[in-house]
Design a protein around this ligand. Structure first.
Ligand SMILES: Cc1cc2nc3c(=O)[nH]c(=O)nc-3n(C[C@H](O)[C@H](O)[C@H](O)COP(=O)(O)OP(=O)(O)OC[C@H]3O[C@@H](n4cnc5c(N)ncnc54)[C@H](O)[C@@H]3O)c2cc1C
Length: 289
């Protein structure tokens, strides 16, 4: 199918983009990499009157080190992030998870901000943002605000972004030393969205006891899901297979996913627990003490 007619704007600066959103807000859609929006337009599931294409706004694409964090511009291509040396050394979890997003061709076009603003419940990046405690800079003509994941992701395919607002950058805190990471996923085929996925971070002390564990799941709720009970039961313990399996069982008990044509709720609960245990052990193995 072909999209319904729309007016196309290609601002050259951030101010021009924000002005277009101020003017057309509820009738407009921001176009980033187009990897989710263009299919929606083609199927006429989205019918905006105006497209605000931000591909020509130069200062929205960057990767830079800030104090204790890596800050990434919303328009930065996923493939740029995946291959960036700062990300490789400081945020290896992000690099690892990006390899699960579609295929290289899609990541070459798709953007970090587009994936997070689209907020697909089975996408990898919202879980990574959640487990790392990322924050989102959101700008409009009216105001500028910074949101945490719990405020930003509001439900199925929805975020706190208002029609006149642009996501401009995401700040990913760099995990402290002695932190290991893992991203595990089950999908029907490589490149498909996750049936279930998990991002894990584990911090160990010099005796390899767990100081902190974090787990964020994708594919089991309307947005990224943390399981505090499973995280808490690991603190102060050696991260053995038994401890990881116990955390996995706590995950299975806590989650309440929905079943759909791709997988039943029971399957998702079970797989989430298995993946959690696997990810925790892999993350622990990667801790350098
Ligand atoms: C075959 C295929 C397989 C895929 N597989 C996966 C997968 O396994 N995992 C996965 O996570 N994704 C997958 N995707 C989606 C891909 O990652 C997209 O790139 C991503 O979902 C959207 O990013 P985008 O830059 O293309 O955004 P667009 O499609 O341009 O925009 C998506 C939405 O975000 C809004 N938006 C974009 N940028 C901003 C901004 N800066 N401020 C405010 N709103 C904004 C748009 O208005 C739109 O509503 C797949 C896509 C395809 C085509």
């Amino acid at each position: 199918m072909k999209p319904a007619p729309f007016q196309y704007l290609a601002p050259r600066t951030r101010d021009e983009a924000l002005e277009a959103l101020r003017q057309f807000g509820p009738d407009a859609k921001v176009l980033a990499g187009g990897q989710s929006l263009v299919p929606l337009l083609a199927m006429r599931l989205a019918r905006p009157a105006v497209l605000v294409d931000i591909n020509r706004v130069p200062d929205l694409a960057f990767v830079r080190a800030a104090r204790g964090a890596i800050v990434i511009g919303a328009m930065t291509r996923q493939r740029t992030v995946e291959t960036h040396p700062l990300v490789a050394t400081q945020l290896p979890l992000l690099r690892e998870a990006l390899r699960w997003v579609g295929h290289p061709q899609i990541r070459t076009r798709g953007t970090i901000g587009g994936s997070l603003a689209h907020a697909d419940p089975a996408a990898e990046l919202p879980a990574v943002a959640s487990v790392l405690g990322a924050t989102f800079k959101v700008v409009s003509r009216r105001r500028q605000r910074t949101l945490g994941c719990e405020e930003f992701f509001t439900g199925y395919l929805t975020t706190a972004l208002e029609p006149d607002e642009l996501l401009t950058e995401i700040r990913f805190p760099v995990p402290p030393p002695r932190t290991g990471w893992a991203f595990q996923e089950v999908a029907r085929r490589h490149g498909d969205f996750a049936l279930v996925g998990v991002a894990a971070l584990v911090r160990l002390d010099g005796d390899r006891r767990c100081i902190e564990a974090r787990l964020a799941f994708t594919g089991v709720g309307p947005g990224p899901v943390r399981v505090a009970d499973a995280e808490a039961l690991l603190v102060g313990r050696a991260l053995t297979r038994e401890a990881a399996d116990e955390a996995g069982r706590a995950v299975t008990a806590a989650l309440e996913p929905e079943g759909d044509i791709h997988a039943s709720a029971e399957y998702r609960k079970h797989v989430a627990g298995v993946l959690a245990a696997r990810a925790l052990l892999q993350a622990a193995e990667r801790v350098q003490t």
